[in-house]
Design a protein around this ligand. Structure first.
Ligand code: NIG
Ligand code: FE
Length: 401
């Protein structure tokens, strides 16, 4: 048994009371990956970690990332700084398609090494569970290869990965001028092959001008559902072309980005179980001013989560502590709202809230021991993540001996 003693403050969402709580001076017992007791310190356990009166929170559940790529796109960052937009850069040979060659030409071991390194970093920043999309291979074999890489890391790395098939991320150059031909390939060949492979849990679509229009997005998500892939959608990132309406129609588990969401579409989310995943890192990294209307969404009863959107183009940020800081500054969230959105709601957006996303008896022991005294210091420290240890399924990241 692992015993965490001398916890100064335990801050977590609690599903029994539906509230975010902070418990002072307590301890946690962990047996076989599971939290078995939360109480006053009694110093029992085969292994004891002294938390030295510091803060403990759940590990982060980052429910939107794109980590399977090789080459960085720092050149685009420089172009944006000198005034070009994401859309202009994509149209002039950059963007998502400039990652395709790298993924197609890497063998599985090379790709695995690169993505594994990224997962080390995510975990050291306190992310214990991650949703990870494919979407830089964009042919059947490279998409299946990307999913095998994610599955291999899931099985051999402490971090838990929930893979999403995102063949509908962009139209690859060989289908230039024939988007419908690529949609046919996705629906008739890729989705059946992905389903047969059995790794992906979700199917996502970049529903956006210049990428996949509403009809194409609808066709892809409805085909995916027939193959038991749960739908999620990139919606209203640069323009509103009806993605959120589609999300509510297909009961997508999440609608993500939403910078351009309309009031009518907010009402649709209010009346659905679809979670709004907000990605303030992307708005920040692109140097844009218009953040998703988080307060309006919360005030109208929409369930929101926050995530990193880590990817090589629009948001090269892995740190959930930084995303929490951005959410407080630019989305107007309180620190409690931001922490709940980065843990419990992230778990809800993966349909895993019964197992992870909060520290409660009976749930998996995924947690962060901070070198901080209280949650307010997380956004205050913004770019540093003062973490002493991360416990994933009862296993400390930094070993005890
Ligand atoms: O979430 N929107 C689509 N996908 C990413 C961008 C990916 C890229 O630029 O490589 C996003 O912003
Ligand atoms: Fe994304």
């Amino acid at each position: 048994m692992l015993h965490l003693k001398n916890i100064g403050i335990l801050s977590t969402y609690n599903s029994a009371t539906d509230s975010f709580n902070s418990l002072k001076n307590c301890s946690i017992d962990i047996e076989d990956k599971i939290v078995t007791n939360i109480g006053s310190s009694n110093n029992n356990g085969d292994f004891i970690i002294d938390c030295n009166q510091k803060l403990v929170t759940p590990g982060f559940v980052d429910a939107h990332t794109h980590p399977v790529f090789t080459n960085g796109r720092e050149k685009e960052f420089t172009q944006r700084v000198s005034g070009k937009s994401y859309e202009e850069i994509s149209l002039s040979g950059g963007g998502i398609n400039s990652n395709i060659k790298g993924v197609r030409e890497s063998n599985e071991t090379e790709l695995l090494d690169i993505v594994m390194g990224r997962m080390d970093e995510f975990l050291s920043l306190g992310t214990t569970t991650i949703e990870a999309k494919t979407g830089y291979g964009l042919d059947t074999e490279s998409e299946l290869k990307s999913l095998r890489v994610l599955d291999n890391i899931h099985n051999n790395h402490q971090i838990d990965i929930f893979p999403t098939f995102l063949g509908a991320h962009s139209i690859p150059d060989e289908f230039n001028g024939d988007a419908d031909g690529y949609v046919d390939l996705i629906c008739n060949e890729m989705i059946p092959a992905v389903s047969k492979q059995g790794i992906a849990k979700f199917c996502d679509v970049f529903c956006e001008v210049g990428y996949f229009d509403l009809l194409q997005s609808s066709k892809i998500l409805k085909t995916a559902m027939k193959y038991n892939l749960t739908p999620r959608i990139h919606s209203d990132e640069f323009s509103n072309i009806g993605g959120t309406k589609l999300a509510s129609e297909v009961q997508a588990v999440s609608a993500d980005h939403l910078m351009e969401i309309s009031d009518n579409d907010i009402d649709l989310l209010t009346n659905s179980d679809t979670i709004a995943i907000l990605l303030p890192g992307t708005t920040f990294f692109l140097g844009k001013e218009k953040y998703a209307p988080a307060r309006k969404l919360i005030d109208r009863g929409v369930h929101i989560a926050i995530a990193s959107d880590f990817n090589p183009g629009s948001c090269h940020i892995k740190s959930m502590p930084f995303i929490i800081g951005l959410s407080c500054i630019y989305l107007g969230l309180s620190i409690e709202e931001a922490l709940k959105a980065a843990t419990w709601s992230g778990a809800c957006a993966l349909n895993e809230q019964d197992r992870i996303g909060s520290i409660e008896v009976g749930k998996q022991a995924d947690l962060i021991i901070w070198d901080l005294d209280k949650i307010e210091q997380i956004p205050y420290n913004l770019t540093s993540a003062p973490i002493k240890n991360v416990i994933k399924a009862g296993e400390p990241l930094i070993s005890l001996d």
